[in-house]
Design a protein around this ligand. Structure first.
Ligand SMILES: NC(=O)c1ccc[n+]([C@@H]2O[C@H](COP(=O)([O-])OP(=O)(O)OC[C@H]3O[C@@H](n4cnc5c(N)ncnc54)[C@H](O)[C@@H]3O)[C@@H](O)[C@H]2O)c1
Length: 345
């Protein structure tokens, strides 16, 4: 008899894994936390706690021995690609923290491995599960804004990193860049989601305003042109808190506009005196994300963002780095062997 829950093996039991484990426990009808792999035993034990999850010191053993259907990758960035490929080759479905991987070459390998294995890969783009984002997407798709002209996203905060607590994030070889490929990944996938087209070209300015010990930037501003005519703009930073009133996201179209601080959503039709304010019940984004992943695996449906969108997000970020390095507008390059779809698309 097929399993009625998705048996998940967690790979990497560090900080964000705590939110993921809480997400498994919020979805007892669809998820079983079956195993965890981390070379640091105390970290694995802390995440397993009293859940009964089996503990492994390396994920290769977990993939070979544990009774699991899927993995959840919560590793430092430079380790994502190898873990995705190993899991796909072992026939496991994959939930992967951002970024999908670090380069176009890695993206081509990931895409090929996932397509060949026929498994589901979902990018863990948690902010897509904010009720304000879901409501905004619904409004855009309903045509309430008409043709969309611009989308803006912001994700900035004062980060108290210092050289002693920054670990692998301080180095471009392990993080893939700086703030943009880390926290900046969130406003990038949000921009892609709300713009609704494929990214074509990017121009970017990077800055290091405060965290000068980082190898990469601590702040970035991007303009992105999409193939459906939408222009996106994005601000992201670890250096500073945004000014009061800065939106988390907004969109403007021919018939109206919407804006959100991430919790409520305001829509105003063009010329309307009154705006409609949607007060939305907060949800646990990680619980919603993991529930969505499990349902996608159990029902064989496409998750909101697969490797296809993960590769587009990475493409925007790599083009931004290219643009900033050469002070140009950089095209979003297709990846080498991109097969673009999974069998479930
Ligand atoms: N969605 C979000 O809001 C959010 C927030 C923070 C981090 N993240 C992402 O989560 C991922 C992990 O970040 P973090 O902050 O938890 O990092 P972390 O450094 O706290 O945790 C990484 C863990 O991986 C383990 N590890 C290293 N090599 C391993 C291996 N070969 N096999 C198994 N485990 C191994 C480490 O021992 C550590 O426990 C990153 O991709 C990061 O961008 C996402």
């Amino acid at each position: 008899m097929p399993s009625t829950t998705v048996r998940i093996g967690l790979i990497g039991a560090g900080d964000i894994a705590g939110a993921h484990v809480a997400g498994y426990l919020r979805n007892p009808e669809t998820v079983t936390f079956a195993a965890v792999a981390d070379p640091v035993r105390e970290s694995a034990e802390r995440r397993a706690a009293d859940t009964g999850a089996a503990i492994y010191s390396d994920y290769a053993s977990m993939l070979a021995e544990a009774d699991i259907d899927a993995v959840d990758i919560c590793l430092p960035h430079h380790l994502h690609k190898d873990a995705i490929i190993a899991a796909a080759r072992a026939g496991k479905h994959i939930l992967c923290e951002k970024p999908l991987c670090l380069t176009r070459e890695e993206a081509a390998e990931v895409d090929a491995a996932v397509a060949e294995a026929g498994v589901t890969l979902m990018c863990a783009h948690n902010q897509l599960f904010l009720p304000a984002v879901a409501q905004a997407k619904k409004l855009i798709e309903s045509g309430a804004l008409g043709r969309v002209y611009e989308v803006r996203t912001t994700d900035s905060f004062y980060n108290d990193f210092d050289p002693s607590n920054m670990g692998w994030r301080a180095h471009a070889a392990t993080s893939g860049g700086g703030e943009l490929i880390d926290t900046g990944y969130h406003p990038t996938y949000l921009l892609l989601h709300l713009a609704g087209g494929s990214p074509v070209e990017v121009t970017a300015m990077l800055a290091t305003h405060r965290l000068s010990f980082m190898e990469g930037e601590d702040s970035a501003q991007l303009l992105v042109r999409f193939d459906n005519g939408v222009i996106g703009s994005l601000v992201t930073s670890w250096a500073y808190q945004p000014a009061d009133g800065t939106e988390k996201f907004s969109a403007v179209g021919e018939l109206g506009s919407l804006t959100s601080d991430g919790t409520s959503l305001t829509f105003r039709g063009r010329g309307d005196a009154e705006a409609t304010v949607y007060e939305l019940e907060p949800v646990d984004e990680f619980g919603a994300e993991i529930g969505h992943f499990a349902r996608s695996v159990l029902d064989g449906t496409r998750p909101l963002h697969t490797q296809k969108e993960g590769i587009e997000v990475l493409g925007i970020i790599l083009a931004a780095y290219e643009s900033a390095a050469h002070r140009t507008i950089a095209p979003v390059q297709p990846i080498g062997e991109l097969t673009a779809t999974t069998p479930r698309d």
